[in-house]
Design a protein around this ligand. Sequence first.
Ligand code: VG1
Ligand code: CO
Length: 562
Amino acid sequence: RVALNVATTPIEGMRPGTSGLRKRTKVWETTEHYVENFAQSIVEGWRDVGGFPASGSGTMVVGGDGRYFNKEAIQTFLKVLAGNGVKTIVVPVHGVVSTPGASALVRRNKADGAILMTASHNPGGPDADFGVKFNTGPDGAPAKEFLTEAVYEKSTSISSYNMVDGTVDITTVGTYTLGDSTVQVIDALDDYVAQLQECFDFEKLRNFIKKKPSLLFDAMHGAAGPAALRVMCQELGVPKSQLYRCDPRPDFGGCHPDPNLKWASELVRRASLNEDGSPGDSLGEELALGVAFDGDGDRNMIVGHRFFASPSDSLAVLAAQAKSIKWFKDRGGLAACARSMPTSRALDRVAEKQSIECYETPTGWKFFGNLMELKQPFLCGEESFGTGADHVREKDGLWAALAWLSVLADNEGMSVGDVVKQHWKEYGRDLYCRHDYEEVASEGAQAMMAHLGSLIGSDVLPDPDLESVSSFSYVDPLDSSSTENQGMILAFAGGGRCVFRLSGTGSAGATVRVYIERPLANPSDADLDLVASEALEALADKGKAVARLHAFVDREGPSVIT
Ligand code: VG1
Ligand code: CO
């Protein structure tokens, strides 16, 4: 059968951001040739830089997080991949797979890559967001910048795409033919669950769960749901009533599938917490562990009774308690760890004590991949509710939940709050929070960053406590690629920091992120109870004054504080 070659013209704006290409759903759905153009650009751009299978060979995984337009876009990708001669295409049944699940699929099936229909934690629906991420094989890591750039370049010069006719019934497991390609619709959970079983001592977890700790898992109607049900209920014996929103829905039930203090509100309430992370009035229920996941299942939020564990602290605790996690323990303990630059430096102190390397990378999981090839076993994370290890090449929400269960199982009688506070006593505490100004005008946001840039190296800084302003850049230790302009760091006397960056995952306007951090080397008992968002207000104000944020950005205050 011969593939059709369809004429098209370039469509602007297809440069992938921090994690894939995200646009309003309408753009994908109603712009003629939009999905086809991007699909063909991926094929050709990827072939140019190497790694995409030659015609008549190879295996690609195609799935998504189940959001609105998932199935339609999958069908289009199937047609274009078949039209370009991909021999085998693996599709999770119903087209739903979490991002870490897809990474596991690529790795365990030695596939050439994965293409995922997801805008992650962005809301879904006809008036919300849609996106496409892609990962390379055989390691299953998010596409690196040279590849995303090659794809973008291709999108600016594309003149036609190849496709075959036909559709595949992705709701039924089986083997199908599409053009000259074979499409295998599979149950994708088997590989992922097998991977998690290698990471954790399920027997230990089962015994812990037999003691009936009060647990709560919120999949926010995203792709983590089916895996959470299978692992927590079927494998570990957690009662079904302790899991909710585990059925993936196209609109995430009308919610914003972002597991933070604002959007995982039911979990926050059940943990007897206030929206700012401070302890609220006790509901009586003493939640041992609560975890929420995002739309594509790679993020996690950890809470306990009247306690919010910030992602930066959660990461540091897991590093300190690595011996509780089979994956690390069996392989002689952590070999190295990493955090993204805006993530708090709590991890660094654990690494120092353990005499292991702690890398500082730009924002986005794609920068961790090479480090994991260098050193294993490896733990890494981001302040944006991302935690993971070298078992896959994506952050992994369910992995984080199991990691915390493992820690709690080894620290009998201790709550999440007890574990974190004990950690602070031993290692010091980093007060940490993030203020987001979402969908503000791009011009103002860019002018603010330029203003901060003008302060670099200046002799007279606008605040007496401000010691330096610098722009973060990074050189990859494996391939020596360099990445510039990854955020402005304002360093204050006493070790406080404010970091300013513009988000690379939005679909409209610009989002300014302000990350605020202040270390307390020897916290007093009162310091352990400080509410970070309150304790950091003064420093946040100072940083914003230096950035002249309110002059450049026309907003009273942040849209979200986490
Ligand atoms: C955000 C986070 C970043 C994360 C990225 C993808 O990027 O800050 O840490 O890796 O989202 O997460 P940005 O550029 O908007 O700050 V997800 O769950 O979309 O894969
Ligand atoms: Co995500």
